[in-house]
Design a protein around this ligand. Structure first.
Ligand code: ADP
Ligand code: ZN
Length: 722
C-alpha cells in the first residue's frame, strides 16, 4: 500500500494523508479527488518533506483516495511557486493552490457542455422579467445560471424561456483545440533600437534560462512590438508564453493587435469568462495546447505545460497587487515563477516602479531602453496651467487655456482626452442648509454621486442609495449640493461648452467588460468620439493616433493621499495619460492643471527630466529605509465590534518581539477605520531589507489567540496604506 500526501482545496486544512492503490496516484503533482468527512474535495499530491503534516495518521486508519484525474500533474516548478507564495505572503498553501485549480469542473473528462442562447423567437407570453432577460442576454450565451446572473432574473425565468422556445440549448465542445499563432504571420520592420532589444530577448528565450528584463521604453516606443518578437521566438520553440495585463478592459484591443501580428488570437484568461470558456482555457493551458495566454494576474498560477516566457505589461501598475484573499503582487510572483521555471521574464513599462529600477540599477535585471517613439511620432509637449493665475470660472473645472486648446483640437477634427481620476459626478454630497454630509453606513467614506444612474454609491463596499429629496438631518427639501468634480461633472462641462462635440465617459463603470471596452475602442478608432472624459482606466495601453490633446484636470489629486509612493504614482499616472497624446503623425499637447506648478512632480513632467525626479525619490526612500531599501508589512485587525478589534490590536502590539532592525508602529485605527461594516486597526512593521520579517510575524502571531469574530490579515510589502 502507498501513502498519498495530499493538499486539499480547503484553506483551513494542512496536507492530509490518504491510501493510494495505484502507483501513479502518489506521484507528486497528481490531481486527485479525496474524501473529507462526508464530502469530496479536489487536491494535489505533495512531497511530504516540503509540506509536512501536523499529525500523522497510522496506515490502518487511512481513507482511500477516490480517484486520480486524467490531466497532467501540477509540475514541480509550480508546486515550488505555490509553496514560495504561501510562505512569502503568509497565506495558506491551499489558498494559493486554488488559484492554480480555479475550475474543478475542468478536471473531469467531459468533452462538451450544454449552453443556452436566444433563438429570436418571441415567447408565448411576455412578462417584465422575461423582457428584461431577453434584453440583457442579447447575443450572449452560457449556462442557465450564468444567463440568470447576466439578466438579474431567477433561473426559473430562464427555464421558462427555454420551454417557450425563446431560448435554445446548444452543445459546446470544451476540448476543441486552439489554432496556433503563427510567429511569421506579419513580422514588423523594427527600428535599430527595437532590434537591439528584440535581439536580447530572443537570445534569452532561446537560452531557456532565467533572465529578468526591464523593458523601459517611452510611451509609444513599440514595447509591445518588441516583446511580441520574444513571443514569436517562444512559439518557434513550441513553448508557451504568458502575458499579464493590469486591466481586464484592455484585453480586447490587445487580442486584436495580437491577431494582426500572429494571425490568431491568444487564449484570454480573466474573471469574465463563462464556465465553458474557463474549462476550455484551463485544459488547453495544462495540455500545452494554448500557446499564448493573456490574462489578468490570476493567469499567473495556472499549470502551464511548458512555459517559455512571461511578460508583465505596464509592470508599474499597482493593480497587479491583489488586495483580497491571498495578498500577493503579481509582478513579483511573476519574477519568482520565471526563476523557478528557469525562463526569461520581461517587465515592460514607460514608468517603471522605483523597486524595479533599483533591480536594474544593481544589475539583477537587464535594462532594455527604447528612447524614441515609433516612426514620425514625437513625444507630446507638456504645459502646466497654474490654477491660481488662470482659474476656471466659479463652479467650473476647466481653465480658459485648456478650453481654448479643446476648441482648437475640435476644429481640427482631432480627439481630446480629459483626465480626472474620480468616478461619478461629485465625490461629496452635502446639505446646503445644515451641512450634513452623506457617509457610507459601512465604511469611513463619503457616498459618491453617480448622476448617470441617479444613485449615491460607496466606492469601497459598493453600497448604493437613491439621493433623497430631503436632507435626512434637517429635512429641508432640495437642499443637497454636489461638491467637487468627478468625470461625469467634467463631461457635463464639456457638453455645456461644446454642445456639438461627441463625448464619451471612460471609467470602470462604463467600460466594465471587455466587450464594452472593445466597443469604446472601435468608436474611438472610427472617429465617432471627439472628447473622452476618463479615469486612470484610459491611461493604460491605449493607442489612438488621432488623439492629440490631453487635459489633466487635477494634477494635485494624487499627492493628497500622502503614502510613500504618492509622488511616484502621480508622476506615473500623468506621464502615462500624457503618453496617450500624439501617438500618430500629428503632434500631441498635454495641459496639466495644478495649484503647484513648481512641485517636483510637475517640474519633472514639464522638463521631461524623469531621471532626476526618480533619483531624488530613490534617495528619499533610501534615507527613510523605505522599499526597496527596507521592508514593510501591515497587520490589519478587523471586527464588527470596535472594542474587539482594538483589544486584539493592542494584544498584538504588546506582544511584538524585540528584533534588531525591526520597528512596529501602532496599533492605531486604520485611515479607513471602517470597511464593509468592520472596524479596522492597523499595525505597521518596518524592517531592514535582509530581515526575514515573515518568519518573525509567523512566530509572533502564531503564539496569540483572539476572538472568533476578529480577522487578522498580514499584508507583506503593502501598496495600500488605508
Ligand atoms: P508602447 O507599448 O511602447 O506604448 P506600442 O508597441 O503600442 O508602444 O507602439 C506604438 C505604435 O507604434 C503601435 O501602433 C505600434 O503598432 C507601432 N509600432 C511600433 N513599432 C513599430 C514597428 N517597428 N513597425 C510598425 N509599427 C510599429
Ligand atoms: Zn461602504
Amino acid at each position: 500500500m502507498a501513502r498519498a500526501h495530499v493538499l486539499l482545496l480547503n484553506p483551513a486544512l494542512g496536507p492530509l494523508d490518504y491510501r493510494a492503490d495505484r502507483e501513479h496516484a502518489v506521484a507528486p503533482g497528481s490531481i486527485v479527488l479525496a474524501p473529507l468527512g462526508p464530502r469530496q474535495l479536489v487536491g494535489v499530491v505533495w512531497e511530504e518533506e516540503s509540506l509536512p503534516s501536523d499529525n500523522q495518521v497510522g496506515d490502518n486508519r487511512l481513507r482511500p483516495l477516490l480517484s486520480v484525474y486524467d490531466v497532467p500533474p501540477i509540475a514541480a516548478p509550480l508546486r515550488r511557486l505555490i509553496e514560495w507564495t504561501a510562505d512569502y505572503y503568509l497565506a495558506p498553501p491551499a489558498a494559493v493552490l486554488r488559484m492554480a485549480l480555479p475550475s474543478s469542473s475542468a478536471l473531469d473528462g467531459t468533452r462538451s457542455i450544454t449552453e443556452y442562447r436566444l433563438t429570436g423567437v418571441a415567447p408565448d407570453r411576455m412578462t417584465p422579467q422575461r423582457e428584461q432577460a431577453l434584453d440583457r442576454i442579447g447575443a450572449r450565451q452560457g449556462l442557465i445560471r450564468e444567463l440568470a446572473t447576466i439578466a438579474e432574473v431567477s433561473e426559473a425565468v430562464i427555464r421558462g424561456l427555454v420551454k417557450s422556445g425563446a431560448i435554445e440549448a446548444v452543445t459546446v465542445s470544451i476540448d476543441s483545440p486552439w489554432p496556433a499563432p503563427d510567429p511569421d504571420h506579419a513580422a514588423p520592420d523594427l527600428s535599430d533600437e527595437q532590434q537591439l532589444a528584440t535581439g536580447m530577448l530572443v537570445d534569452a528565450v532561446d537560452a531557456k534560462a532565467f533572465h529578468p528584463f526591464l523593458l523601459d521604453g517611452v510611451t509609444g516606443s513599440g514595447k509591445t512590438e518588441v516583446y511580441f518578437e520574444a513571443i514569436a521566438a517562444a512559439l518557434r520553440q513550441d513553448r508557451q508564453s504568458l502575458v499579464l495585463l493590469p486591466e481586464i478592459a484592455l484585453t480586447e484591443p490587445f487580442l486584436k493587435r495580437f491577431e494582426a501580428r500572429f494571425g490568431e488570437r491568444p487564449v484570454a484568461w480573466h474573471s469574465e469568462l463563462r464556465q465553458s470558456q474557463r474549462r476550455r482555457a484551463w485544459r488547453s493551458i495544462s495540455s500545452g495546447d494554448a500557446k499564448v495566454v493573456v490574462g489578468a494576474r490570476s493567469a499567473l498560477f495556472l499549470p502551464y505545460r511548458n512555459l517559455g516566457l512571461i511578460v508583465v505589461d505596464e509592470a508599474h501598475e499597482t493593480s497587479f497587487k491583489q488586495e483580497d484573499g491571498v495578498l500577493y503582487h503579481a509582478r513579483d510572483v511573476a519574477v519568482m515563477r520565471a526563476k523557478l521555471e528557469d525562463i526569461p521574464v520581461v517587465l515592460a513599462s514607460a514608468t517603471p516602479a522605483i523597486e524595479t529600477r533599483q533591480q536594474a540599477a544593481i544589475g539583477r535585471y537587464t535594462e532594455l531602453k527604447l528612447t524614441a517613439r515609433h516612426g514620425v511620432a514625437e513625444m507630446p509637449e507638456i504645459i502646466a496651467i497654474d490654477l491660481l493665475a488662470d482659474p476656471p470660472p466659479r463652479g467650473r473645472w476647466i481653465a480658459p487655456t485648456l478650453i481654448r486648446a479643446l476648441a482648437e483640437t475640435l476644429a481640427r477634427g482631432e480627439q481630446s482626452l480629459m483626465f480626472l481620476n474620480r468616478r461619478g459626478f461629485a465625490p461629496l454630497t452635502l446639505c446646503r442648509h445644515c451641512g450634513h454630509r452623506f457617509q457610507c453606513p459601512n465604511c469611513t467614506s463619503w457616498m459618491v454621486e453617480h448622476r448617470l444612474v441617479a444613485r449615491l454609491q460607496c466606492h469601497h463596499c459598493g453600497h448604493t442609495m437613491a439621493p433623497p429629496r430631503a436632507c435626512p438631518e434637517c429635512k429641508t427639501e432640495d437642499s443637497l449640493v454636489a461638491c467637487g468634480p468627478g468625470v461625469e461633472r467634467i463631461a457635463d462641462e464639456v457638453t455645456a461648452l461644446f454642445p456639438d462635440a461627441r463625448m464619451a465617459i471612460a471609467t470602470s463603470d462604463t467600460l466594465s467588460t471587455p466587450a464594452r471596452a472593445a466597443e469604446f475602442v472601435e468608436r474611438m478608432e472610427a472617429g465617432a468620439i471627439d472628447v473622452v472624459v476618463g479615469t486612470q482606466l484610459v491611461t493604460k495601453g491605449y493607442h489612438f493616433p488621432n488623439l492629440t490633446l490631453v487635459g489633466v484636470i487635477d494634477a494635485d489629486l494624487g499627492l493628497s493621499g500622502g503614502d510613500l509612493r504618492a509622488a511616484e504614482r502621480s508622476f506615473q499616472q500623468i506621464a502615462q495619460v500624457a503618453g496617450r497624446a500624439g501617438r500618430g503623425e500629428k503632434p500631441g499637447h498635454v495641459y496639466v492643471q495644478t495649484h503647484e506648478p513648481t512641485a517636483p512632480v510637475i517640474q519633472a513632467l514639464l522638463s521631461g527630466d524623469a531621471a532626476s525626479f526618480y533619483a531624488a525619490e530613490t534617495e528619499a526612500r533610501r534615507m527613510a529605509h523605505a522599499p526597496p531599501f527596507g521592508r514593510y508589512a501591515a497587520i490589519i485587525v478587523s471586527s464588527e465590534h470596535a472594542d474587539e478589534a482594538a483589544e486584539t490590536a493592542r494584544l498584538i502590539g504588546r506582544s511584538a518581539p524585540e528584533v534588531d532592525g525591526m520597528h512596529v508602529f501602532g496599533p492605531a485605527p486604520a485611515p479607513l477605520a471602517m470597511l464593509r461594516g468592520r472596524h479596522r486597526q492597523r499595525l505597521l512593521v518596518h524592517a531592514r531589507r535582509t530581515l526575514d520579517v515573515q518568519e518573525v510575524i509567523r512566530g509572533w502571531l502564531g503564539a496569540l489567540t483572539w476572538p472568533r469574530g476578529v480577522r487578522v490579515a498580514v499584508d507583506v510589502d503593502p501598496y495600500n496604506f488605508l
